[in-house]
Design a protein around this ligand. Structure first.
Ligand code: ARG
Length: 561
């Protein structure tokens, strides 16, 4: 319908392109203001007339089409009222004719790399890493739905001077048994101890640096210890990925590039981009108002940025990406601006396809979260706590529920994911258990519960394969629900364009609210078979779109809860 209106307007407005018109069309906040509205303010200058006069002329010119029941000019807007029955029919046709509603082939033949999660070995997987994991996973689902091939990359922080220090600390104070038993917690404590001791004795730092240099040169003993630290850490990370049901295509961490940084340094030299500064090799970026990008340290060892440069070249060659996305906290903005600029200066035209996707901080309301000693919050504890709290709620409200454990997992995790994705990613996220797990609030459990209600209605109605009659779905509540359903494909595209899963999260809430209204105003299990089939059919469509929308966020939908 929107396209038909765009065509109609395009035929009468020569001062704007079809695309301009499409961008201007709005959906009025209230249904009595029409189904679509076109603001005429931008035309005032070109036509040297008031927007109200232009709207009046346009309304007249656009009248008389059979798909429109009315066209009205109101205060500078042209309001379009579509023929309800045709509108409903068209939405139902679109939904039923597409094998996977909301998906498209816009990304056909294109590859997108997403670098996300990427926790640091021997350090805790903290709640910030939970955000990149959740956002990255959702972007993966969104782009896949649009037909892109997506490569999920876990750029583990598994290389760098810190490993030299950790190896020194382990050799001085560590024990195999303690590390085996306590895992990352023990490694973190060794690392903290290293820094404490180094404050008193600076020569330790030199030892640490020397150990990393040896590691980079292939010292076998050190490599074996390092590898062991990586394995221990990965085991803990994998537990989290399993809880979240998240997977990656490549676990190519920083260490993967250790034999690939020399090429980068050579290329930079060949292109005359490297300058020596206080013993280090840097690419000056003053012209771009940035501090220099350090590429090699005094002792020749590589750093974070060097490995990112090498990773970009490797990914371009290996995957020939059309976009490479990096989901990290906002604090890494400068790092990525520098690295992308260096790629640009190297003359690679794909520099513009590298995109940093930052997000805000996480905090805990009334910080009463069980945390292990040392005051660091492990993401795993948070996930488990959410599942536990959900289990308590189920035990109170619905103790006889089947597969309680599975449901508690889906809802407990869903609550955390939804809380993370409901606001624009750049906004800070707070963990407030009372809000997060409120089944009546703007929460994941609320949307999941809406799906459960759909399922329970459908179970009661029984067979819902009857023909849906458009003329029986033109009441205000049904139409409002259908309009939400109609929006889904565009919502998925918008979310991808803006790299913004919150667009989907917001949408799922709108859809849940529209269903709630429909459920109140329209009885579904009625005598009249035709009406019953039409309404039940609408419930079925709603359930499937809700489920698909939540799946794009990385959430599951239990059928009972
Ligand atoms: N390991 C880093 C961290 O925890 C994130 C890595 C992001 N990816 C990258 N290619 N630099 O902060």
């Amino acid at each position: 319908m929107k396209n038909k209106i765009i065509d109609l307007l395009a035929a009468h407005v020569d001062a704007l392109t079809r695309q301009d018109i499409a961008g201007l069309i709005e959906i009025p906040p209230k249904a009595d203001m029409g189904d679509f509205a076109f603001p005429c303010f931008r035309l005032a200058k070109a036509y040297r007339k008031s927007p109200a006069l232009i709207a009046g002329d346009l309304a007249q010119a656009c009248s008389g089409e059979s798909f429109l029941s009315e066209v009205k000019a109101v205060g500078g807007y042209v309001n379009f009222y579509v023929d309800k029955q045709q509108y409903v029919k068209q939405i139902l046709d679109t939904v039923s004719s597409s094998p996977s509603y909301g998906s498209s082939d816009q990304g056909k033949g294109q590859t997108i790399c997403i670098d996300y999660s990427s926790p640091n070995v021997a350090k805790n997987f903290h709640i910030g890493h939970l955000r990149t994991t959740i956002i990255g996973n959702s972007l993966y689902k969104i782009f896949s739905k649009l037909g892109y091939k997506v490569v999920r990359i876990n750029h583990l922080g598994d290389w760098g001077t810190q490993f030299g220090k950790l190896i020194v600390a382990y050799k001085k104070w560590g024990s195999k048994e303690e590390v085996e038993e306590r895992g990352i917690q023990e490694l973190m404590e060794l690392y903290v101890r290293f820094h404490k001791e180094a404050e008193k004795d600076d020569s330790l730092n030199d030892e640490g640096r020397a150990a990393f240099a040896a590691l980079e040169q292939g010292n076998e003993e050190y490599l074996a210890i390092w590898k062991w630290f990586v394995d221990i850490s990965l085991k803990e990370f994998m537990r989290i990925y399993k809880i979240l049901d998240i997977d990656f295509d490549a676990y190519t961490g920083e260490s993967f590039y250790r034999d690939k940084t020399a090429e980068v340094v050579q290329l930079l030299k060949d292109k005359n981009l490297l300058v020596e500064s206080q013993g280090a090799e840097v690419v000056p970026l003053d012209d771009y108002d940035m501090p220099p990008c350090i590429v090699a340290k005094t002792d020749g060892s590589s750093i974070y940025a060097t490995r990112d440069l090498a990773a970009i070249l490797y990914r371009k060659r290996t995957y020939d990406f059309s976009k490479c996305l990096y989901v990290t906290g906002l604090e890494q903005k400068l790092h990525f601006s520098q690295v992308f600029k260096v790629i640009d200066l190297m003359g690679y035209d794909f520099a513009g396809d590298l995109v940093h996707i930052p997000y805000g901080l996480v905090s805990l309301k009334n910080g009463k979260l069980s945390s292990r000693e040392g005051n660091v919050i492990f993401a795993e504890d948070l996930l488990r706590e959410s599942i536990q709290k959900t289990t308590d709620i189920i035990n109170k409200k619905n103790p006889d529920l089947e597969n309680k454990e599975e449901v508690a997992q889906e809802v407990g995790i869903g609550a955390i994911i939804f809380n993370d994705l409901y606001n624009q990613r750049i906004k800070d996220v707070t963990f407030d258990w009372n809000k997060l797990l409120n089944f009546d609030g703007e929460t994941g459990p609320y949307v999941q519960y809406t799906y459960v209600r759909c399922c329970s209605v459908l179970r009661k109605v029984g067979d819902v394969s009857g023909v849906m009659e458009p003329s029986l779905l033109t009441d205000a509540a049904s139409l409002a629900l259908l309009k939400e359903i109609d929006r889904f494909p565009q919502v998925v595209k918008d979310a991808a364009d803006r790299y913004e899963p919150s667009v989907i999260a917001r949408y799922s809430m709108d859809l849940a609210h529209a269903f709630s209204r429909f459920y109140q105003e329209c009885q579904i299990n009625v005598e009249d078979e035709k009406l019953k089939a039409s309404r039940a059919g609408l419930v079925k469509i709603t359930a499937s779109v809700l489920k698909d929308a939540l799946a794009l966020l990385g959430m599951k939908c239990p059928e009972q809860m």
